[in-house]
Ligand binder design. Structure first.
Ligand code: 5GP
Ligand code: ZN
Length: 134
């Protein structure tokens, strides 16, 4: 797709640090990593976000995330890893070409921003549940 920075990377027009490649995707190092080894997995097909993803491709990409996480543990000494995937600008998606972040976590490594838990009462939870299920 024109004007898509990740499509340009996939076409080789912009250089990238490729960690892994197969027929459906590449995995490359993030240029602004949260931790050392932070990797992005992008499908070769331009898919904007999860709402446009089909089951087969999505399933395969998740298994590539597993492969990359295992690699980070084995080769980088990560103690764990986060799999993060943002959909839409409101959710923090800055590049509108689907991608999965695999972020290695190290013992004593930096805290990463997370949500602040809230404490709704049962009634408030039920309002949401009703909206989602009726
Ligand atoms: P998002 O915020 O859309 O979930 O994540 C986009 C990610 O892409 C960011 O973590 C950002 O650092 C990374 N990124 C943006 N442009 C480039 C680029 O040209 N090359 C690489 N390797 N990563 C990029
Ligand atoms: Zn694209």
């Amino acid at each position: 797709m024109d004007n898509c920075i990740f499509c340009m990377i996939l076409e080789g027009k912009i250089p990238s640090s490729k960690v892994y490649e197969d027929e459906i995707c590449i995995a490359m190092l993030d240029i602004n990593p949260a931790t050392a080894g932070h990797t992005l997995i992008l499908p070769k097909k331009h898919v904007q976000d999860l709402t446009e993803m089909d089951e087969e491709l999505g399933g395969k990409l998740l298994m590539v995330a597993k492969k990359i996480g295992l690699l980070q543990k084995e080769k980088l000494g990560a103690a764990g890893f986060n799999v993060v995937q943002n959909n839409g600008a409101a959710a923090g998606q800055t590049v509108p070409h689907f991608h999965i972040h695999v972020i290695p976590r190290y013992e004593g490594g930096p805290e990463l921003a997370a949500w602040r838990p809230t404490e709704p009462d049962k009634e408030e939870l039920n309002v949401v549940l009703k909206k989602l299920t009726e």
